[in-house]
Design a protein around this ligand. Structure first.
Ligand SMILES: *Cc1c(COP(=O)(O)O)cnc(C)c1O
Length: 369
């Protein structure tokens, strides 16, 4: 047996010398948090890289999303999906709003925009869809619905760092979009996140809310939190940004290798990058149809685990099935999401994963069919 442990992801770190260089600058200025020069430099560079109108940095993606909902003044019901990370649903509930779960599409696991209108009530204030695995939601249709019913649109774009759709940065769709820069994401600042937003007033609100609601030295007019990105996070981002295109290219070649090994196998459904999308290859989800493949997702997961390969049941369980929400939601109402959550497995994918490991992972998946 091969003893080497392969996790589903591995954090990319920049050459240490570059980080140390930047550390020295921080030491000289002794400015280590509160929107320092490194924070501002990263904010400017990321705004350009992401092709978004405005950007505000945060200590992490979750706080960015939570404070965005507060900044937009949302109340009542927010239409979202349960096929996501805990953060999306928790951010809604922690703002005192009610998540209304819309089902997802079988083809790309994003919100089924055709089912949104049926869920709109007089209490609906916004739509909060997720660009799952880097797959872009049906942004045009969502925009149409939002305009018709005067709803805000906030995207959970945690998976879509650097992606473009029809030549525009993905963060420029909707009223605002949240990016996560957590260590496990395509681009990271150790922990970190950002909101890309359309209108300036959103930025002013966000700036206050991530700094206790302070407006000026003697005015506090928002009930804010503390979610500022510090200088050590910012320099990690500045270092990582230098290598991001090469990182994404490596991910592309690994995804391509998986594709060649698994494409066309009966009962296996692979994720496809849609036309007009510049992808970041953040994840490699594989759907196993137990009838056609002969084994279910959990069998494959266990078989890999026995060989020290840790794929991930991402996303399982659905957020509307969490223990903390027991009795409040019903996952029977999102049957596609429910089925997908039982059939999907994300395979290891990170920039320095070796082709031979990809081949080995695929042969373990395919053996014993
Ligand atoms: C990672 C992630 C988040 C939260 O981001 P953090 O930076 O870890 O707080 C939110 N939504 C989704 C879909 C994510 O994958």
């Amino acid at each position: 047996m091969n003893k080497k442990i392969i996790q589903v992801t591995k954090t990319s770190l920049p050459p240490i010398e570059g980080y140390i260089e930047q550390l020295k600058e921080i030491w000289e200025s002794a400015w280590i948090s509160n929107m320092g020069p490194k924070h501002n430099e990263l904010q400017t560079k990321l705004k350009e890289y992401l092709h978004v109108p405005h950007l505000s940095l945060f200590s992490n993606g979750h706080m960015a999303l939570e404070l965005l909902i507060q900044a937009m003044g949302l109340t009542g019901e927010i239409i979202t999906t349960p096929f996501t990370f805990a953060s999306t649903t928790h951010a809604i509930v922690r703002n005192g709003c009610v998540p209304v779960f819309c089902d997802i599409k079988k083809e790309d696991y994003t919100i089924d925009a055709g089912k949104i209108e049926n869920l709109i009530t007089p209490r609906t204030s916004a739509i909060l869809p997720v660009h799952v695995y880097g797959n872009i939601c049906d942004v045009e249709k969502i925009e149409q619905i939002a305009q018709k019913y005067h709803l805000k649109v906030l995207y959970d774009a945690a998976h879509t760092f650097g992606e473009e759709y029809r030549g525009k940065g993905i963060g420029s769709y909707g009223d605002a979009a949240m990016f996560s820069f957590h260590a496990t994401k395509v681009f990271h600042t150790i922990e970190g996140g950002a909101i890309a937003y359309k209108e300036e007033w959103i930025g002013r609100k966000l700036y206050q809310l991530k700094n206790f609601g302070i407006k000026d030295a003697e005015t506090v007019d928002g009930i804010g939190a503390n979610a500022k990105m510090n200088e050590f996070q910012a320099i990690m981002g500045l270092c990582n940004l230098k290598y991001i295109d090469a990182e994404i290219e490596k991910r592309r070649s690994i995804a391509d290798r998986y594709f060649r090994n698994l494409n066309g196998v009966k009962g296996i459904v692979l994720n496809r990058v849609r036309e007009e999308v510049k992808s970041n290859y953040a994840y490699f989800p594989v759907l196993f149809d137990p009838e056609l493949f002969g084994h279910n997702r959990d069998d494959v997961y266990e078989r890999l685990k026995k060989q020290n390969i840790y794929a991930r049941k991402y996303f399982y369980p659905l957020t509307n099935e969490y223990d903390c929400y027991r009795g409040r939601f019903d996952s029977e109402k999102t049957p596609v999401a429910r089925e997908v959550s039982h059939q999907i497995l994300t395979l290891p994918l990170f920039a320095d994963l070796k082709f031979e490991d990809v081949d080995r992972i695929c042969s373990i998946i395919l053996e014993g069919r």
